[in-house]
Write a protein that binds this ligand. Structure first.
Ligand SMILES: Cc1cc2nc3c(=O)[nH]c(=O)nc-3n(C[C@H](O)[C@H](O)[C@H](O)COP(=O)(O)OP(=O)(O)OC[C@H]3O[C@@H](n4cnc5c(N)ncnc54)[C@H](O)[C@@H]3O)c2cc1C
Length: 567
């Protein structure tokens, strides 16, 4: 066979092709408790019924070849692996790691399948699919293995590699606890989120996901199942806490610190519409002056958006503050605009809820059913839902995506310049600042944990992360009638590039958040990890000297990506 396997040297490709013969596969199958499956992309048989199911993120996750994102303009397109191990235990994952290493195969790992950068798929690869590993165990008192005598046990939750955040939140809530994960219910709790740092609405209070990692059971490139924590293999532990997905080891399960469940949550939604450009400039500057003094603290999270329509829109969360305090704080920002109804239309909506109801679909059915979408399939757990706001990312073909941390000092010291830059950037395309993805106002306890991770140091000085993105939904490369529109994609990508160029002119040294970065990011090592990169690279070389675990622009695999020609 002369076929060259993508990403492998020709002799490696020959070896890989030998591995795919039936005797080798039979031998692999015998080692597994799980199944060996032949994946296909779920839309390869695109009946109307399949196209409808492709709008359900939980249905997509049940397909071995399923992916939430379908590609990136001139970057990557979804592809099915040659074979997949539907793993049920760490031993299955170890068998897959050994098989890939011994046969020089391209190895990919997929859990919840939410990666934007296509790092969960590759043609002609062996896929380790962790979806069936979803056990969750609550601990009242957890001690990491090897912890010195006298170490205080802490409440914690252990989750297997395929678990989604919804499943963790449900169990944690039942136990009166909270674990810091992501907002999207279907994102994986033990995959790209934790490995990439992971920020949720309450990260200014509890820290990044990575900061809350106490212990991991992993399979290293030599196929050994190891327990990794601050006392066992601390270098690898450091790398797992933010050093990026699938670059150092495969996670089989992780244990996360849990916190007493917060009492109350206020969600503020809505926006302020300015009727003129000059009014919008004024509004932006007022927000930028207001933000560092009022929103950069452990209580506040989520995001504020800007755009060519001259609207400042907000979805903000506030933890454990009295309703009256929340309103008086935020109304101080809104009031001057409320008093000028000819120039501004001010529309905030305040929703107060007991925190323990946050992940309860029945509660939202009563309060505001438009907030959630339920998994309608018979036999699925009654509480399985996703936020209506996350629907927009299901089946996304990305024209572009980029992010940039905004230093709190820039907002404090040069509010007029930041406002003017935001205004000019907003002329090109919408963008949002995610306040919970910058840690300058982080709670000191959480900060102490975050400082042990491999997060980009820029994150600690940042008030938030600007995210700008553009996509085409339910578009599938190669599926006639459902192909992305490449010309429209290119135009929208250029608009996002213009937004980010403006911001980077003002903030040239700011880093980017690696799970939400540009596929074509230049200087990707420095941009994603800053001064942490040399240490991460040394750890990568120690634990994976032959580079078995490689993902696009991951540690040890930084390569400038040339945009593929548009055909
Ligand atoms: C709708 C949506 C909402 C999001 N919201 C947030 C948010 O609120 N905050 C935030 O920080 N991020 C958010 N993200 C980004 C998300 O955290 C990343 O895309 C993350 O990489 C997804 O991880 P996953 O495990 O769900 O997906 P997957 O695609 O399964 O995995 C992502 C990466 O992790 C690797 N990986 C998966 N499992 C393992 C494993 N067991 N061992 C080793 N490597 C593994 C994969 O190889 C891949 O490279 C969101 C993404 C989406 C699509």
């Amino acid at each position: 066979m002369s076929q060259v396997v993508q990403g492998l040297r020709p002799n490696a490709a020959r070896a890989a092709n030998r591995a795919w013969n039936s005797a080798s596969l039979q031998a692999l199958r015998r080692q597994l408790r799980g199944e060996l499956l032949k994946p296909t992309l779920p839309w390869h048989q695109a009946t109307a019924s399949v196209l409808a199911k492709l709008r359900n993120p939980f249905w997509i996750q049940d397909q071995v070849g399923g992916l939430q994102s379908t590609g990136w303009l001139r970057g990557w397109s979804a592809s099915a692996s040659r074979w997949a191990i539907a793993a049920t235990c760490a031993e299955d994952l170890a068998a897959g790691v050994n098989f890939a290493r011994e046969n020089n195969l391209r190895l990919v790992v997929k859990g919840a399948g939410h990666d934007y950068l296509g790092r969960n798929c590759a043609p002609d690869s062996l896929l380790l699919w962790t979806h069936r590993m979803r056990q969750v165990t609550v601990h009242e008192a957890f001690l990491p293995e090897g912890a010195p005598t006298g170490t205080k046990a802490e409440a914690a939750i252990t989750v297997q590699a395929g678990t989604r955040w919804l499943e963790v939140y449900e169990q944690a809530t039942r136990a009166g606890r909270y674990v810091q994960g992501g907002g999207c219910t279907s994102v994986g709790a033990c995959g790209g989120f934790i490995l990439g740092s992971g920020f949720g609405s309450f990260s200014k209070r509890f820290g990044s996901g990575a900061a809350n990692l106490l212990q991991a059971k992993v399979i290293t490139a030599d196929g050994v199942i190891r327990t990794v924590n601050a006392h066992r293999h601390p270098d690898l532990f450091f790398a797992l806490r933010g050093g990026g997905p699938c670059s150092f080891a495969v996670l089989s399960e992780i244990t996360l610190l849990s916190h007493p469940i917060p009492q109350r949550l206020t969600v503020i939604t809505g926006g302020v519409q300015a009727n003129t450009d000059s009014g919008y400039r004024e509004l932006m500057e007022a927000f930028i002056r207001f933000c560092p003094n009022n929103l950069d603290n452990p209580a506040w999270g989520e995001k504020v958006g800007f755009g060519p329509d001259n609207k400042l829109s907000f979805t903000l969360t506030v933890l454990d503050l009295e309703d009256s305090d929340v309103r008086s704080t935020f109304e101080a920002f809104l009031q001057p605009f409320r008093s000028r109804p000819k120039d501004f239309d001010v529309q905030p909506a305040y929703t107060d809820l007991p925190f323990e109801q946050l992940w309860n679909a029945s509660y939202w059915d009563e309060l505001d059913p438009s907030m959630i979408n339920r998994d309608p399939r018979p036999g699925t757990p009654a509480n399985r839902f996703w936020w209506a706001s996350n629907q927009a990312e299901v089946g996304a073909f990305w024209n572009s995506y980029d992010s940039l941390w905004v230093p709190a000092a820039a907002m404090r010291d040069q509010p007029t310049a930041v406002a003017e830059t935001f205004f000019e950037a907003s002329r090109h395309a919408p963008f949002a600042i995610h306040l919970n993805k910058g840690l300058s106002g982080e709670h000191p306890e959480a900060k102490a944990r975050d400082q042990q991770t491999s997060l980009h140091p820029a994150c600690f000085d940042a008030i938030g992360l600007v995210v700008a993105a553009s996509k085409q939904q339910y578009r599938y490369v190669g599926l006639k009638g459902h192909e992305p529109d490449l010309q429209q994609g290119a135009a929208e990508a250029a608009a996002i590039a213009a937004v980010m160029k403006k911001l980077r002119e003002l903030l040239p040294d700011s880093g980017t958040y690696s799970p939400q970065t540009n596929y074509f990011q230049s200087d990707a090592a420095q941009a994603q990890w800053g001064s942490q990169y040399p240490k991460l690279l040394a750890i990568k070389r120690r634990w994976d000297p032959n580079n078995l675990f490689r993902v696009h622009n991951g540690v040890g695999n930084i390569k400038p990506a040339e945009p593929k020609p548009v055909s």
